[in-house]
Design a protein around this ligand. Sequence first.
Ligand code: UD1
Length: 324
Amino acid sequence: METPPLADRTVLVTGGAGFVGSHLVDALAPHNEVRVLDNLTTGSRSHVHDDARLIEGNVRDPIALQRACDGVDVVFHEAAVVSVTRSVDRPRETNRTNLEASLLLLEQARQEDARVVLASSAAVYGDPTDVPVSETARTEPTSPYGVQKLALDQYARVYASLYGLETVALRYFNVYGPRQQGPYSGVISAFLEQAQAGEPITVEGDGEQTRDFVHVEDVVRANLAAATTDRTGEAYNVGTGSQTSVLELAETVKSAVDTDAPIVHRPPRQGDIRHSRADVSKARSRLEFEARIDLEAGIQDLAERTAAPERPRKATDRGERTTS
Ligand code: UD1
């Protein structure tokens, strides 16, 4: 079933100039009045859809948040410090953005009786003992970032049960796609950059570690489903249900870029998770959400966009769905 689009609502996307947020805004802006609250530290003004109103401000600022939430029907909370490393270096500072600001937002949403869809993370599970990992698996984060996302995720549930607020927490697995940039952008964009520069592809550890890579357009569809579901007060995994090793990924990137760049091994990352794969049955049955974009097709598309930025942009670059 096609996800019913959200239409004729007043919508706020925090972090709407960032990676996931800006794609979400692209999908929402043609049918809704969309506001974006973003302080543009990692987000980019140029990624904000022309029809959305950008409020430049910090989610930690109660005044900015109040202004952004005024009269809103639905809030998508994507703003966060996404760097796990930064959370390790600065647990309190990242807690202020990732958790305290989220609480402020939930309070504000209560005032407006708005639905809130929050970006949680597979980081809540830490290093899972078994995969696929279901929503009922043990939550034992291995970083302050994971603790902050777990607390946000639990607050969402508690606000639903205690105050009747309509909340949905989406536990994103490894998201990739266009506009993912910067030093914390993830292995796919790192490999693509290396391959396109003709540099060696750097695999950390033996490369047998696996991840569940989900395309950002699928993540957008999960958010739209969460905005309209009547199954609120719940957390859902957002992944594909498949796992790919880092070595397989390196090969896929090499063939997408058509390079014979060598694969080199570096020491493994400290505290790296071995295997991660979402159990997608809850999202499938209750949200009617299923990821559609095949990893190879997603990487091929990304390789083409990043290799030839001077070419006219494809229809898929601004909001329209990519189909696999
Ligand atoms: C991802 C999320 C993180 C989340 C975590 C939850 C991203 C970008 N990050 O981290 O927010 O907390 O899942 O489990 O999605 N690698 C290489 N070479 C490189 C870069 C990475 O081999 O040049 C390896 C890493 O060692 C790791 C794997 O690729 O084993 C994935 O790394 P990365 O994309 O940074 O994501 P996660 O660490 O899984």
